[in-house]
Ligand binder design. Structure first.
Ligand code: NAD
Length: 505
């Protein structure tokens, strides 16, 4: 039976919707129903060349970065308004392609995305640099913060639109021209974003979206000799590949990669708050979140109380149709992800761990083939087991008892990742010590998952480098230029004799 195609979403290059030079299209399927919900062009290297050329042309003539600052700010704010106005429909499209609960998309992602854009619109007006001064006595020196040029950006599938905004917000506000590649599973809202940006007044060529696979489009962008910076949000292994590809023209690299966040509960913690925090922290977006709580290290004195309460909360989470208002948890991104997550859980079970709750594919009425996975807690697993060490990226929390705060900190740091961590305690000294010792880019005390546009998000170690959000992210998309102006007008300088002629006197 022929599959009915919902809608085509062409790429967006140089201010226009265009098909791929390949002439072929990729289907995007709902992980809940398996229906085709849209098609995007299968981009090629030639499409990347075309988009980079458009971005370069727009950067060269300065149609965006030389636009009056007030006008640039207004355009970015207008884009934020358009996202707000279209949030219901955009969230619907996001839910169709990701399978995650509509309420999460509409009430969390999109509100945050437009706020983030407004933050960066404001940021342009608050550039900081050293004061101009006569450091040599005879010259004035000043610092200019300038856009870098053509920026390539590669986004993941877990929060497609939100992650796209984390990337294009600082890049565009700093005045760069962008070529953005969405994940092939979830390109639809990113194509809409480019159209909305055009409608808001972003000039042609300044924001281009090329759809297609990572191996073809992502690699071509990372390797391209006319791209000045490549930014990836994705898996650490993809980060390694992109860093290697970027070496050809020594382009700058910005990597937001995987995580394996520890969640430390000390004996004096508020157990109700910690259990609720662990449930939200582990199950956000079906656990497909780089900062998700994945390893709870719990003081032995409160281990049973924490485990019992967290188990009850996990079991209260309603898995179902992503569009049903009562659904807390929709699907994972697809069947392959369910198989991957279940593999971790079953191997842990075979190795002697206890599956306290979950560990199976729930049946959801009306969605017999949906990529659902039950909220899962695994206990009695070893620190060096794969479920404690590797990124599962699913609704799975491993819980381990510890005998001291020092043991918890040591085990929390025992990972190749370094993105996010949290500690739950009422002891301010312990909390501050943990904040110092935990080797992660974001440490939270008595909460997990909270982020804000004003503060940086980014990893240590194999979670990457470079920050998203905040003025730090904005700076990543600028380059610093030193301008020095000679003030005396004297042709002969006192130091010239070191190059030619003799010293006077
Ligand atoms: P992924 O690395 O598989 O894909 C990310 C993007 O890279 C996609 O657009 C993909 O098409 C592209 N890509 C894949 N192979 C490529 C290649 N060889 N060359 C160039 N591009 C390539 O990651 P994912 O599965 O989409 O996303 C999940 C991962 O992202 C997890 O590891 C998660 O922790 C991480 N993540 C990190 C953050 C953060 O802020 N640190 C945020 C969200 C997600």
């Amino acid at each position: 039976m022929a599959v009915e195609v919902a809608t085509d979403y062409p790429m967006f290059i140089d201010g226009a919707s265009v098909p791929s030079s390949s002439g072929t299209w990729l289907e995007v399927r709902s992980p809940a129903t398996r229906e085709v919900v849209g098609r995007v062009p299968a981009g090629t290297e030639a499409d990347v060349d075309r988009a980079v050329a458009a971005a370069r042309a727009s950067f060269r003539d300065g149609r965006w970065h030389r636009m009056l600052m007030a006008d640039r700010v207004a355009v970015l704010n207008r884009l934020a308004d358009l996202i707000d106005e279209g949030a219901d429909d955009l969230a619907r499209l996001e839910t169709l392609q990701t399978g995650t609960a509509y309420k999460l998309r509409r009430d969390s992602d999109f509100a945050f995305a437009s706020d983030n854009l407004r933050f960066f619109a404001t940021q342009i007006r608050h550039l900081e640099g050293k004061a101009a001064a006569e450091y040599t006595g005879s010259h004035t020196s000043m610092v200019r913060r300038e856009p870098i040029g053509v920026v390539g950006q590669v986004a993941p599938w877990n929060y497609p639109m939100w992650m796209a905004i984390w990337k294009v917000g600082p890049a565009l506000s700093a005045g760069n021209s962008v070529v953005l590649k969405p994940a092939s599973a979830t390109p639809l809202t990113t194509v809409r974003l480019a159209e909305l940006a055009h409608e808001a007044g972003i000039p042609a060529g300044v924001l281009n979206v090329v759809t297609g696979s990572g191996e073809v489009v992502g690699s071509a962008l990372a390797a391209h000799h006319d791209v000045d910076l490549i930014s990836l949000t994705g898996d650490s292994e993809t980060g390694r590949k992109i860093q290697t590809l970027a070496a050809g023209n020594l382009k700058r690299v910005h990597l937001e990669l995987g995580g394996k966040a520890p969640f430390i509960v000390l004996a004096d913690a508020d157990i109700e708050a910690a259990a609720r925090g662990a449930t939200a922290g582990a199950l956000i977006n079906g656990g497909q979140d780089c900062t998700a709580a994945t390893r709870a290290y719990v003081a032995r004195e409160v281990y049973d109380a924490f485990l019992d309460r967290t188990k009850a909360l996990f079991e209260s989470v309603r898995v179902g149709d992503p569009f049903d208002a009562s659904t807390d948890l929709g699907t994972l991104i697809g069947d392959a992800q369910v198989v991957r997550v279940d593999g971790f859980v079953q191997r842990a079970r075979e190795a002697g761990a206890t599956v306290v709750t979950g560990g199976f594919r729930p049946q959801v009425a009306g969605h017999p083939d949906g990529a659902f996975y039950a909220p899962t807690i695994v206990a009695d697993c070893a620190q060096d087991s794969e479920i404690v060490q590797k990124e599962v990226f699913g609704p799975v929390l491993a819980v381990l008892p510890v005998d001291s705060p020092e043991e918890a900190l040591e085990k929390a740091n025992d990972t190749t990742y370094g993105l996010a961590a949290s500690i739950w305690t009422r002891d301010v000294f312990r909390a501050m010590e943990a904040a110092r010792v935990l080797n992660f880019g974001h440490v939270q005390v008595n909460d997990h998952l909270m982020v804000t546009s004003e503060m940086p998000h980014g990893g240590f170690k194999q979670s990457g480098f470079g920050k998203d959000m905040s003025s730090y992210s904005f700076e990543e998309y600028t380059q610093v230029k030193h301008v020095m102006v000679e003030l005396t007008g004297e042709p002969e300088k006192g130091w010239h004799y070191t190059i030619f002629g003799d010293a006077k006197g």
